[in-house]
Design a protein around this ligand. Structure first.
Ligand SMILES: C[S@@+](CC[C@H](N)C(=O)[O-])C[C@H]1O[C@@H](n2cnc3c(N)ncnc32)[C@H](O)[C@@H]1O
Length: 260
């Protein structure tokens, strides 16, 4: 589980934005369909009747359980499972379902399942589904130096993961998600996007997470060349982030959908 790639998450406000969309509607029972310490912290702060949190990885589920231990009630559940398994939470239904950076992580757990994800979640959605995602930023040709360095860091990180035998995330555009929600029995009732500004913490975390991956590469010459490339990217990105007060590039998005 590449928890260290989650560092792009803007501190300010995606969950607060979901609260605004939710308005006076009660949260009822809630499913955190791709859980982690960030989303469970928010879920634990809401007036829910009960919640269920799903992770594809034991270690990630354990981390999440630790993070929420003090606030967890007897009916709140943390489950390890895979949405590609039809038996996972079969027959259950939740008033509110949250898919927080789940779509981009699917490639690591159920490759080529992305186009079926929203249909798979559909019977579980009683009232409202919230999708939080990240516009792909390792593809395309950015039109600024800030965009190019963020893209290059993403490509470098993904190359290290692949060479170490791991699966990088694959993000999907908001429009792709809207199209697949509409084709999967939902009506999209709100769509918002938020410009990202990547700071020093992002740069360091992405380069640092490559070190243990490089250690696994048998060709030590290649590993050393990649390590040097990582340090060059770090130096260039930190200098630019410092002078530009962060690296402005790309968008996070929130989609709110209801059963059609
Ligand atoms: C990027 S993390 C989500 C971030 C999380 N909401 C947080 O607060 O940090 C992705 C989560 O989705 C889970 N996941 C990805 N693919 C999955 C699948 N096919 N079935 C079940 N869980 C999956 C991962 O195990 C992980 O818990």
């Amino acid at each position: 589980m590449q928890t260290d790639t989650d560092d792009h998450q803007p501190e300010a406000g995606l969950f607060q934005e979901i609260e605004k969309i939710q308005g006076r509607l009660s949260w009822g029972s809630l499913l955190d369909a791709g859980t982690g310490t960030h989303s469970i912290g928010w879920v634990g702060s809401l007036a829910t009747e009960r919640w269920t949190a799903v992770s594809g990885a034991e270690a990630h589920a354990a981390q999440t359980a630790d993070a929420i231990a003090a606030k967890r009630r007897p009916d709140d559940r943390i489950i390890v499972g895979n949405w590609a398994d039809p038996a996972l939470l079969a027959g259950e239904r939740y008033d509110t379902v949250l898919a927080d950076y789940l779509l981009g992580a699917i490639d690591d757990f159920a490759p080529y399942f992305q186009h079926r994800l929203f249909a798979r979640l559909r019977p579980l959605v009683g009232r409202r589904l919230y999708v939080v995602g990240l516009e792909p930023y390792v593809v395309g040709e950015p039109d600024s130096a800030e965009g190019r360095i963020v893209r290059d860091i993403g490509r470098f990180r993904d190359a290290c993961l692949l060479l170490a035998g791991e699966q990088p995330y694959r993000e999907y555009p908001a429009q792709w998600a809207v199209d697949h929600l509409e084709a999967s029995g939902y009506r999209v009732i709100a769509a918002k996007r938020f410009a990202n500004r990547y700071k020093e913490r992002f740069v360091n975390s992405q380069i640092d997470m490559c070190a243990p991956r490089l250690a696994k590469i048998a060709d030590r010459g290649l590993a050393a060349a990649l390590a040097a490339r990582g340090e060059a990217l770090r130096a260039e990105a930190l200098a630019l982030a410092d002078s530009a007060n962060g690296l402005r590039h790309g968008f996070d998005y929130i989609l709110a959908a209801e059963p059609a």
